[in-house]
Design a protein around this ligand. Structure first.
Ligand SMILES: [Zn+2]
Length: 482
């Protein structure tokens, strides 16, 4: 329903109000899917040496829809190496973007851009193909990540992308973001044909851009950004262990940037937390040996299933000490787990638009979050993957708008509570397990940065409410004769 409603949402009076709302912190989003596509593709055209490379010729409709391709950089390829749109194309040959765009069959550059868009976002047709079920939606969804990653993981574009992202978040009333990235698509420095072997430069450049933005006039209200390291859950034991070691190495290099650890990918198709338990215990041991603590922020329960392995991930996430749960879509069916989540003060990062796009619910009206809110489970709203799901904006206004419009029990106070929770559960700095629990419990009565941020948010919220009343308050003339 979301994709059909989006245009009308953005024309409503309520949209103007929700846009202006201080939303606090964005706690669940994947960096590759935070790309402002129209901007990024123009930036790629304007950046010297950016090319496209494919796993084979892109000629037939089938090839155009399925054959893998990505953006790359080539110094030597100033003109072109033949066309990717002909049968003679040799797999892996870089073709400059201007040549690929100009020669795109039947329309040139604009048609080329629309084709790329169709490969890295859910198309309008895909959005309404509910009968195809979640697996087909996931297949398309996952295929978007490497393309979007390759578009922005080149230094000159990457740096601008981050600055722009933080600015867009701030404009939407988001002051802090806990980002996730799969550390799977490789990174490339400016002018380098070879990919980096690791993610040192990637994180180094990210760190610099965060600090630069915070120090700028534009970004003075921005509280910051951190990164939850995520491993693709489809990987085998060896690959997971290697990735975990890399995470610890990077935590030692960038202690302020790395906030936590998680696993990503379709839960049904990948390995369950129970299956991953030996690796997760190994990770914990290695962290202790290295003198670092990298807490868990697991995706769990992103399913319609009841008692399947994804549903059971909720049990394991809680047992493994997760500080928040990504999605927790099936949590409402588990009274005992709900009590445990409340008792342990675990927050649910709920992503309603994402759940619609991945076919867990047809519209916001059938989303289970109200069931959790009614039972006092701490929750926040998040946007998950706005580029791919079609929000076409990096903030959270669409998710907040839908919640406000769809759930009569929520109201402005409910929206405020969800936003306040995001500020209360954000991972501003490193905390030990006990310290985290206490700090979250203390909230605005605590002593540290969290309490300070909560107070700042409350002041912003008060100002926002005053603005709503000034702007839209009923000033009704009850005596028209006067
Ligand atoms: Zn996610």
């Amino acid at each position: 329903m979301f994709s059909l409603a989006k245009d009308r949402i953005e024309k409503s009076k309520l949209w103007t109000i929700v846009k202006r709302m201080p939303k606090g912190a964005l706690l669940h989003c994947h960096l590759e899917a935070m790309v402002d596509f129209d901007w990024a593709i123009e930036e790629a055209f304007a950046t010297e040496g950016v090319c496209i490379t494919a796993a084979g010729p892109l000629v037939t409709p089938q090839q155009l829809q399925k054959t893998g391709f990505s953006f790359t950089y080539s110094k030597t390829n100033a003109n072109d190496h033949g066309s990717v749109w002909t049968e003679g194309y040799v797999a892996g040959t870089p073709v400059t973007l201007s040549s690929a765009g100009g020669n795109f069959p039947g329309g040139g550059r604009q048609a080329f851009i629309e084709w790329v868009r169709s490969r890295c976002t859910m198309t309008p047709q895909e959005h309404v193909a509910q009968h195809e079920g979640p697996n087909e939606a996931w297949r398309k969804f996952l295929s978007c990540f490497p393309i979007l990653g390759s578009l922005v993981y080149y230094e000159p574009i990457f740096r601008k992308f981050l600055r722009r992202l933080f600015k867009q978040l701030l404009d939407d009333g988001v002051y802090f973001v806990d980002m996730r990235s799969a550390f799977y698509t490789p990174y490339r420095r400016q002018g380098e044909e070879e990919f980096d072997a690791d993610f040192f430069n990637y994180l180094d450049h990210m760190d610099e851009e965060i600090e630069k933005f915070k120090a700028s006039e534009q970004g003075k209200d921005f509280w910051g950004a951190r990164m939850i390291w995520t491993t693709v859950r489809q990987l085998d034991k060896r690959a997971v262990v290697k990735h975990m070691k890399q995470c610890i190495e990077m935590k030692l290099e960038f202690p302020e940037l790395i906030a936590g650890y998680d696993l990503v990918g379709q839960e049904d198709m990948g390995r369950s937390l129970a299956d991953l338990a030996p690796e997760l215990f190994f990770f914990r041991k290695k962290c202790a040996e290295s003198g670092v603590e990298i807490p868990f922020f697991f995706h769990a329960g992103e399913t319609l299933g009841d008692g399947d392995s994804v549903d059971e991930n909720l049990f394991d996430a809680i047992l493994l000490g997760t500080r928040r749960i990504g999605h927790g879509f099936s949590l409402y069916k588990h009274p005992l787990l709900i009590d445990m989540v409340k008792d342990k003060r675990i927050l649910v990062e709920s992503c309603p638009v994402s759940n619609e796009a991945l076919r867990l619910c047809g519209s916001i009206m059938s989303h289970p979050l109200p069931a959790l809110l009614a039972r006092g489970v701490p929750c926040s709203l998040c946007n998950d993957d706005p580029t791919i799901f079609g929000q076409h904006a990096n903030g959270m206004s669409h998710d907040f708008w839908q919640a406000l419009q769809g759930w009569q029990n929520l109201g402005l106070a409910g929206l405020g509570s969800l936003a306040e929770n995001s500020v209360r559960w954000a991972s501003y700095e490193d905390y030990g397990a006990k310290e985290w629990a206490q700090d979250v419990k203390d909230g605005s009565m605590g002593k540290g940065i969290r309490a300070q941020r909560l107070k700042e948010w409350i002041a912003k919220w008060e100002r926002f409410c005053a603005w709503v009343v000034d702007e839209y308050g009923v000033d009704e003339n009850l005596d028209p004769a006067e």
